[in-house]
Design a protein around this ligand. Structure first.
Ligand SMILES: C[S@@+](CC[C@H](N)C(=O)[O-])C[C@H]1O[C@@H](n2cnc3c(N)ncnc32)[C@H](O)[C@@H]1O
Length: 429
């Protein structure tokens, strides 16, 4: 490691920024790590400490609370303290080395609370044997999150709490089965064209990366496209397409796809991904709510912007941030996207609505409201024969609903809701 002190300062900056903004971990890393020249080893170390601290913030805050009531969570000292606790208690690093370099790093920014940090960390460390991290309360999460979980059975809640501190496997989707066989023997097979692997592997080193034989996509996120019947040559609108997982599945199955996304940065990423995968895109970078209603599609796919709470295993910052997701904004936008999609769909066309969330308001409730107002739409229920590998996640109404770490037999998947609707002719009613 070139400079442990510099790395610690970067860790603190990232932890503070994520806590106080809406930026996600990956974006924050990209921005912060660009500013400073660090080795791959340093970068991995920084990532490991940040992600471990965020995933275990619940336990870390409880430890801290037992030793002091006078920590200001807005002050930079808080972030030095929580990252040190994370290294000592969860990553099992040498206590005195962690304390010394934490104090050294703090000194470079500030000196005011040096004695406090030093004394507090030494006191906590002296009492380490009396703290059993596994016995700490795992349910001390923000109220908004608890309210969503309240609707679930206790057993489900426990799995979700546990899933937050785990590292999820990464799912790779292959263009076809033959391509998958190149690397198959090393990883867990999640479907006939996807594999799960540990995230510690450098993805660029996996066979087929440069040739564009596969892309990263959670298993649950692959299901919406699997529910579209007869994909070949269909005209499909992917309304919220970036970074592209579903567009690539569609193109891979021979559909004619129009991909839309409002975000300039995410469209850039979509284009980069498509270049590596050697797909030609038909892309519109605009607000899907403003698409002209002069062309009608066989299928419209809404992979809607949402709270993303189904992805808490990968995005634990959702629970770590000062403020929770802006539910009002998402609920409004999701419903507007549904209302727009209906106008862009042919009669007998398929409307797929998906969110990576297990919040009923973002899923089933949106569809109930839409069906109530749009009598010419019906549920086209998911049936057993098309739900191989995920039958148990199909609800009695024929929707798909998963929760974080469902299908643990394939390494666990994200929480996701999917509805498939069909548009009937108004006159036929
Ligand atoms: C869940 S992500 C889509 C993931 C993508 N379908 C995939 O499989 O890779 C939601 C996307 O919706 C986009 N979005 C948000 N509001 C939008 C709008 N009004 N019109 C079009 N896209 C929008 C966001 O930029 C984001 O890329």
């Amino acid at each position: 490691m070139t400079d442990g002190i510099n790395s610690r300062i970067v860790i603190v900056k990232i932890l503070k920024k994520i806590k106080e903004s809406r930026i996600n971990i990956d974006q924050c890393f990209e921005k912060e790590l660009k500013k400073i020249n660090l080795s791959i080893k340093d970068k991995k170390y920084i990532y490991n400490v940040v992600i471990t601290t965020i995933k275990n913030i619940n336990s870390i805050d409880q430890i801290l609370k037992n030793f002091t009531k006078s920590v200001n969570k807005k002050d930079v000292s808080y972030f030095f303290i929580i990252s040190a606790i994370s290294q000592i208690f969860i990553l099992n690093q040498k206590e005195y080395a962690v304390i010394n370099s934490t104090c050294e790093a703090y000194k470079r920014l500030n000196k005011k609370k040096l004695n406090f940090i030093n004394g507090l960390l030494r006191n906590i460390t002296r009492n380490k044997s009396s703290i059993n991290i596994d016995k700490l309360n795992k349910s001390l999460h923000p109220i908004w999150f608890k309210n969503i979980l309240k609707e679930l059975p206790t057993s489900k809640r426990k799995v979700i709490y546990k899933s937050i501190t785990k590292r999820p496997l990464i799912n790779l989707v292959f263009k076809n089965n033959k391509k998958l066989n190149i690397v198959k023997q090393k990883f867990l097979e999640t479907s006939k064209n996807s594999l799960a692997l540990s995230e510690f592997i450098d993805l660029k080193k996996i066979s087929g990366y440069n040739e564009g034989l596969w892309w990263v996509q959670d298993f649950a996120s692959t299901i919406p496209v699997k529910l579209i019947p007869n994909l070949k040559n269909q005209n499909i609108l992917d309304m919220c397409a970036a970074p592209g997982g579903k567009t690539f599945q569609l193109l891979n199955s021979g559909a004619r796809v129009t991909s839309c996304d409002i975000s300039i940065d995410r469209v850039k990423l979509l284009k980069e991904n498509a270049r590596r995968l050697q797909y030609n895109l038909n892309i519109i970078n605009m607000d899907a709510l403003k698409i002209l209603e002069n062309k009608f599609f066989d299928t419209v796919l809404i992979d809607a912007p949402c709270s993303s709470i189904g992805t808490i295993r990968k995005n634990p910052e959702i629970l770590y941030r000062n403020s929770g997701p802006n539910f009002e904004f998402y609920l409004d936008l999701q419903y507007k996207l549904l209302e727009k999609a209906k106008k862009l769909l042919k009669i007998n066309g398929t409307l797929i609505f998906a969110v990576c969330s297990f919040n009923k308001k973002e899923g089933v409730k949106q569809i109930e409201k839409f069906l109530l107002k749009n009598k010419n739409f019906q549920i086209n229920p998911i049936i057993k024969s098309e739900s191989k590998g995920f039958k148990k996640l199909v609800t009695k109404e024929g929707f798909f609903q998963s929760y974080p770490d469902d299908l643990i037999e394939i390494g666990g998947i994200d929480g996701f809701f999917i509805a498939r609707l069909i548009k009937k002719n108004d006159n036929a009613l």
